[in-house]
Design a protein around this ligand. Structure first.
Ligand code: ADP
Length: 614
């Protein structure tokens, strides 16, 4: 397998610029913090450059005041006595270090706070953007990938700004400053000091690449380990039932061992790199001293100047070692930035059209005119469907599994738009209305209703954010749910487990019915709401459903043709086509597909299985 190369900062530069441009409005809102951070950073750099100067002056003006030099440097201490000068310089030494620390603190804190603000804003925007993206997008996107972008990618960008970009900037500025000062003091020594740089850059870069390759492999392995552990722990029942424990343990232990080896390898490489840097610093120091002492003896530079050189070398090499690491981190984090931007640039397929208006309160007449739909171009899920449903009618949608029944009702909610034809409510195309005014006017109960990890009260109120407590209780009563809710430990305030895991199937459905009822919508969609319930629960739920749908236009998808006999209109759909429509009596007289299916279901030996598999 080819080794992935660490992206270089140069190659990532266009992406970095694109990211900065895209996030500019967010950055601008934090201007004050960012400017403060930058100014503090400049001050910190200045202090770093100044740090060896008291020492230099002590040498040149206090210890060796008679030393004759031609070169630059501060020559005059303003006539202070040696002791006073020494004291002043000692204080200056402490002051420079303290100020440097303070400025570093101010810049780090401001930068961190700004980055956190920016990323929090971006995260909120991204989250609401994802929620607005169409189902056609979500059907294809991997939810894990989206979650990664909202959490990990954003966190990585934030972290890299603080732990890599800021130090990188500080180091680069410090290096430039030091090189400038060195040239100012003595160009020849400066050239010698800088001569080691290329060697240094090449070796550290090479080693950093190696370290990163190992580290990346290790991270990948850890990710795989976490995934397989999560999979096994999430399916413990199956694991134990199939006695897979020892097999899974073995494969986990193997991965774990490999991770250990890689971790040790990375540590070894890091330690090696540190030692190499020390040798390089020694070489540079030796070269500078070799020539520097000669120049000092010739009187071209002062001993203090030499001290400044040596100190700069020591100080400069340390952060340089991290340059490769920082640039690598930044370059890699640009991938995170790109992923976020890419997601943000996806436009929802289904969105308010220009000129969309708020829908008036619906009466509930629904008409489909030549509706054709497919999830993907090559498919044909619904073909040229046309029918009219009068306001308040009870409509049963029946037909074999996979024939397009759920797809049809999702078009009513405008979760998708038809490819051809149109869906009209009260004579108006759905697309004339805003989504925010359309969807709240339609209630829905699905086969497996999703409840959220919130209180029972909130779960019902999700149906209508303006609902009062009285509305919530009335809805629960309508849904045959009030009594069991009262019997829960905290009544309406009982917190539900994830996906309502703490309730029985029938109870969950009744909460879903309450949630649908509280909308008081003109149109109700029921997608096999009683499937999978035992007889007793089904009876209670069906009773609640009848109350919910009373006097409302209702689309009831069901496999149970007995339950739907009494519908005002039955739509028989197969392979995306509307084959027959009419009342039960009409369709039985027609002796077509519906009548055939009905007879199959009502033979003594038949039942659900035939209906759902036919
Ligand atoms: P029914 O409700 O009658 O069982 P559906 O409307 O759920 O049928 O599905 C109709 C067809 O559309 C099936 O072949 C199904 O595989 C396909 N389908 C359903 N949902 C999607 C989707 N989100 N993306 C792609 N194909 C889908």
């Amino acid at each position: 397998m080819p080794k992935p190369k660490t992206p270089s900062l140069g190659a990532a530069l266009p992406s970095i610029i694109a990211i900065l441009k895209h996030f500019w409005p967010y950055l601008r809102s934090q201007q004050r913090l960012l400017w403060t951070a930058f100014l503090a950073l400049l001050a910190e750099t200045a202090m770093r450059l100044l740090e060896p100067w008291p020492l230099k002056l002590m040498f040149d003006r206090v210890i060796l005041p008679g030393f004759q030099v031609e070169s630059s440097g501060i020559q005059d201490l303003g006539g202070l006595s040696p002791l006073v000068a020494l004291t002043v310089l000692s204080v200056a030494l402490v002051a420079a270090a303290t100020l440097r620390g303070m400025f570093a603190y101010v810049s780090a804190v401001n930068m961190a706070v700004a980055a956190t603000h920016v990323m929090t804003d971006i995260r909120s925007t991204l989250y609401s953007h994802i929620q607005r993206l169409s189902l056609s997008f979500h059907n294809q996107a991997k939810s894990g990938d989206l979650i990664t972008r909202v959490t990990y990618d954003i966190e990585r960008l934030r972290e890299v700004t603080v732990v890599a970009a800021l130090p990188l900037l500080t180091n680069v500025l410090t290096l430039l400053g030091m090189v400038g000062v060195m040239f100012w003091l003595n160009w020849e020594l400066a050239v010698i000091a800088i001569a080691v740089l290329p060697l240094f850059l090449i070796t550290t870069r090479h080693m950093s690449n190696k370290i990163q390759t190992v580290a990346r492999r290790q991270r990948k392995r850890e990710g795989a380990m976490a995934a397989s552990a999560a999979e096994a722990i999430g399916a413990m029942q199956v694991v134990q039932a199939l006695s897979l424990e020892s097999m899974l343990e073995k494969s986990f232990a193997k991965q774990n061992q490999k991770s250990l080896k890689e971790s040790a390898e990375a540590q070894r490489l890091r330690a090696g790199q540190e030692r190499l840097v020390e040798v390089l610093v020694a070489i540079a120091t030796a070269l500078v001293l070799w020539r520097g002492v000669q120049l000092t003896l010739q009187g071209t530079v002062t001993p203090g100047d030499l001290l400044v050189f040596i100190t700069y070398l020591k100080v400069a090499f340390k952060p340089m070692r991290q340059l490769a690491k920082y640039t690598g981190q930044i370059a890699k984090a640009t991938a995170s930035g790109e992923r976020i931007i890419h997601l943000m640039q996806i436009e929802p397929d289904v969105q308010d059209l220009r000129g969309a208006i708020a829908a008036p309160a619906f009466r509930g007449e629904v008409r489909c005119e030549g509706v054709t739909f497919a999830y993907r171009p090559e498919q044909g899920i619904l073909r040229n469907l046309s029918f009219t449903v009068a306001a308040g009618q009870q409509v049963a949608i029946v037909g074999p599994s996979g024939s397009g029944k759920s797809t049809l009702v999702s078009l009513l909610l405008r979760l998708y738009d038809p490819i051809e034809g149109r869906v009209l409510i009260d004579g108006h195309d759905l697309r004339e209305y805003t989504l925010a005014s359309l969807r709240p006017q339609i209630s829905i109960v699905l086969q497996d209703s999703v409840l959220f990890a919130a209180s029972v009260r909130d779960n019902i109120a999700y149906g209508n954010p303006h609902a009062t407590d009285t509305d919530i209780i009335a809805a629960a009563q309508l849904a045959n749910a009030h009594e069991f809710i009262e019997a829960l430990p905290d009544g309406y305030d009982t917190q539900l487990g994830e996906r309502g895991a703490t309730l029985s199937g029938g109870q969950r459905q009744r909460l879903a019915i309450a949630r649908a009822a509280i909308r008081d919508a003109a149109i109700v969609i029921l997608d096999e709401p009683t499937s999978g319930l035992d007889n007793a629960s089904e009876q209670v739920v069906t009773e609640a459903l009848h109350r919910l749908t009373d006097n409302r236009t209702t689309f009831w998808i069901s496999h149970d043709l007995c339950a739907t006999q009494s519908a005002d209109q039955i739509l028989y759909i197969e392979q995306g086509q509307l084959w027959e429509s009419g009342t039960h009596t009409d369709l039985m007289q027609l002796e077509g597909r519906y009548a055939h299916l009905y007879r199959l279901q009502n033979q003594p030996s038949s039942g659900w299985a035939i209906a759902s598999n036919s």
